[in-house]
Design a protein around this ligand. Structure first.
Ligand code: HPA
Ligand SMILES: [Zn+2]
Length: 354
């Protein structure tokens, strides 16, 4: 089928074919999936007052000049989340939304400190996320694992305590439901090395390691995440496109970048998707995946990011399929689950070439 026929078929069914391409998501903050209507519903259920009068007023605040402006709103909205059921409902809403856009597996970031620092017990958070993943798998067949992130703007002592609390309570889930540790929040002034001890402890405990680096930062921040934290993926990492040497290293060592196009546009990491670094990274052989980051805030879920990568960045269908395959291979799903999703991608490609 040629492009023209495919376009006609997509128009007839009303759905872009990229929406049904099977995919894994490796860079998704569950708190960043809190849509305004759910935020207000949960706030009402919990007797919490949000700093916005209405869904419309909250949506109108979704204009960000920087990562920090986004984070301020992201932490403010988290106050609506209080109970185990809230976290389960949040996960289910995300899984339903993303499944309709081709999601098959997610390694889900969550920010325990975003909740424990405001008095929500760790167990409410983690048990709710586990409930949501279990219910989502039963309903949709989508699999997921948890990746706890530490907030890099907090002192390393705080992050060490958070990791220890997780290890004490949930150490038996490592390698199954709980697969990894990540590093997020404000990049400026908080280099990867600040949390080196946390990552060393996590590594010793058998967790897989990822970190945000080179989102608003520099190619050197990406290198530091590799040298000091020993991460296997770099979240965002788009700053690497500014250094041929760093890109060569990512390619040679097969370090996957979890790129988030609509996030980069919303936070003005790129002024325009037509100038996004994805094509440069791909041309240099860097393994890349496409992800949604905080879809409730940045205007699109996983499939929307694939469509933006095609229509506004200019990736070809073959490049997008390669991104989907990389997302599965680099995911923390079991080998059997990875093989099953890989087969689904092969089937999709065969159907779309027919
Ligand atoms: O894109 C991000 N960068 C850093 N911290 C975050 N926390 C949620 N999303 C992000
Ligand atoms: Zn992120």
């Amino acid at each position: 089928m040629d492009v023209e026929q495919r376009t006609r078929r997509a128009a007839a069914t009303g759905e872009d074919p990229l929406m049904s391409l099977p995919k894994a998501e490796l860079h998704l903050h569950i708190e960043g999936t809190l849509e305004p209507d759910l935020a207000f519903a949960l706030a009402r259920r919990n007797g919490v007052t949000l700093p916005y009068a209405s869904v419309e007023e909250l949506r109108a605040a979704y204009r960000f000049a920087s990562l920090q402006e986004f984070l301020d709103l992201y932490y403010a909205c988290m106050s609506a989340l209080r109970t185990r059921r809230d976290f389960a409902d949040l996960v289910l809403a995300y899984l339903r939304h993303a499944h309709a856009q081709g999601l098959r597996h997610v390694d889900m970031f969550f920010d325990p400190e975003g909740h424990t620092e405001r008095g929500v017990p760790l167990e409410e958070v983690v048990e709710g996320l586990r409930d949501g993943l279990r219910e989502g798998e039963a309903e949709l067949g989508v699999t997921g694992t948890l990746v706890m992130c530490v907030l890099r703007h907090l002192p390393e002592e705080t992050s060490l305590r958070t990791l220890d609390a997780m290890l004490d309570r949930y150490g038996d889930l490592i390698g199954t439901e709980w697969t990894g540790i990540g590093l997020d929040s404000s990049e400026q002034g908080n280099p990867p090395a600040k949390h080196a001890r946390v990552f060393a402890r996590a590594r010793a405990a058998g967790l897989r390691l990822v970190a945000h680096a080179g989102e608003e930062g520099t190619p050197e921040d990406v290198t530091q995440a590799l040298d000091v934290l020993h991460v296997e993926h770099v979240d965002h990492g788009v700053a690497a496109a500014g250094s041929a040497a760093v890109m060569r290293r990512l390619a040679d060592e097969h370090i996957t970048l979890t790129v988030c196009p609509l996030s980069n546009l919303a936070l003005q990491v790129t002024p325009d998707l037509a100038r996004h670094p994805l094509p440069t990274l791909i041309a240099h052989g860097v393994p890349v995946t496409i992800n949604s980051d905080d879809p409730a805030y940045f205007g699109g879920y996983l499939g929307d990011n694939f469509i933006a990568a095609r229509d506004r960045i200019g990736l070809t269908e073959a490049q997008l399929v390669a991104c989907a395959r990389e997302s599965v291979d680099a995911s923390f799903a079991t080998p059997a689950r990875q093989a099953a999703i890989r087969q689904e991608i092969d089937d999709w490609v065969a159907a779309h070439e027919a």
